[in-house]
Ligand binder design. Structure first.
Ligand code: NCD
Length: 320
């Protein structure tokens, strides 16, 4: 009946179980998701059996932009909770014949799926899909806008390492302008009371970015990584988004100005955790030895936290 109503268009309202952005999410909601993800972590990584609370449900991953970590971890998260998963990419689907994202999602929903996970190059594309679907829609990265589950996993990995994040100084370094991760993770950290220092070349840091701050924390901007390197509690390096900044390219001296080289790593306070959402451009934004440091690099811990974060988001969307 629900499906028939949906197909007839009698319920086109966006579901309150959508998960589209961190901006605007209540800090309590954010904390509840992080707490739930933390409890789910042993099951997420296979160290404990998960309660299969989504048995019989079907989750569709519609990924119209490439992805390794996010797509696979949504799939593992859904399967750990007992759901079935269908995966659709741009190549191999009728998107290659010009079918729109919204039409694609509506057709998949008409087959009776229970939730749709969307990745798209369109900023605002996940919200657009949500306006047209009755089932919950989860944003897995929309253009330069947001990547809310990445922010959850970043906050979780940091919280597990540092404890309470309020008052902590976290640097986010690189291509801020083109990064949905920078936006979402900044919103999450500020909501949790952290101070975010965004660092990058002037062309890659949007003017007024510090005005995004809502919540207990704050944001500042610097173009000089070396001026803050010894004063931070965590550092997140971002990939230079070649596919979104084709025209600007990267300057040959990017690494010397903004890369986390071994020399800069030595300038960090002892034990400062190093994060990167992946995929890593080795030798550009981060050097090999730093990325692979078993003590301080949280890069693979972030990936593990990603499964738990997505389990928490799927339960929020689908658990009755
Ligand atoms: C990020 C993305 O796709 O936004 N990757 C990810 O989901 N882990 C970051 C990036 O592509 O650089």
């Amino acid at each position: 009946m629900r499906l028939i109503q949906r197909t007839l268009g009698s319920d086109l309202s966006s579901s309150s179980r959508d998960f589209l952005a961190i901006e605007g999410l209540a800090p309590n909601d954010l904390r509840a998701l992080l707490d739930r993800a933390e409890r789910l972590l042993p099951a997420a990584v296979g160290d404990a059996a998960a309660e299969e609370r989504l048995r019989g449900r079907v989750v569709a991953n519609i990924f119209f932009e490439d992805s390794t970590r996010t797509r696979v971890s949504f799939e593992i998260a859904a399967k750990r909770l007992g759901a079935s998963v269908v995966n659709l990419g741009a190549s191999g689907s009728s998107a290659s014949k010009g079918e729109t994202l919204v039409d694609t999602a509506r057709n998949i929903e008409a087959m009776g799926v229970d939730a749709v996970v969307v990745r798209t190059s369109i900023s605002g594309g996940a919200a657009l899909v949500a306006q047209h679907l009755a089932c919950p829609v989860i944003n897995a990265g929309d253009g330069r806008h947001e990547h809310p589950t990445q922010a959850l996993l970043d906050a979780l990995a940091l919280r597990l390492r540092l404890g309470e994040l309020a008052g902590r100084r976290v640097a986010i370094v690189g291509d801020i302008a083109n990064s949905r991760v920078a936006r979402s993770t900044t919103h999450a950290l500020v909501a949790l009371g952290a101070h975010v220092v965004v660092v990058g070349p002037p062309a890659l840091v949007p003017v007024g970015f510090e005005q995004l701050a809502r919540g207990a924390g704050s944001i500042s901007i610097t173009h000089d990584l070396d001026s803050i390197i010894g004063e931070i509690d965590a550092i997140m390096m971002l990939r230079v988004q070649m596919e979104r900044a084709a025209a600007s390219g990267i300057a040959p001296d990017y690494r010397s100005a903004y890369g986390l080289t071994e020399a800069r790593r030595r300038a960090l306070r002892k034990g400062v955790p190093i994060l990167h959402p992946g995929p890593v451009n080795r030798g550009v934004e981060i050097d090999d030895a730093v990325a692979d440091d078993v003590g301080d690099s949280l890069i693979l811990a972030q990936v593990s936290c990603g499964v738990a974060a997505r389990m928490a988001v799927l339960l929020r969307a689908l658990d009755r």
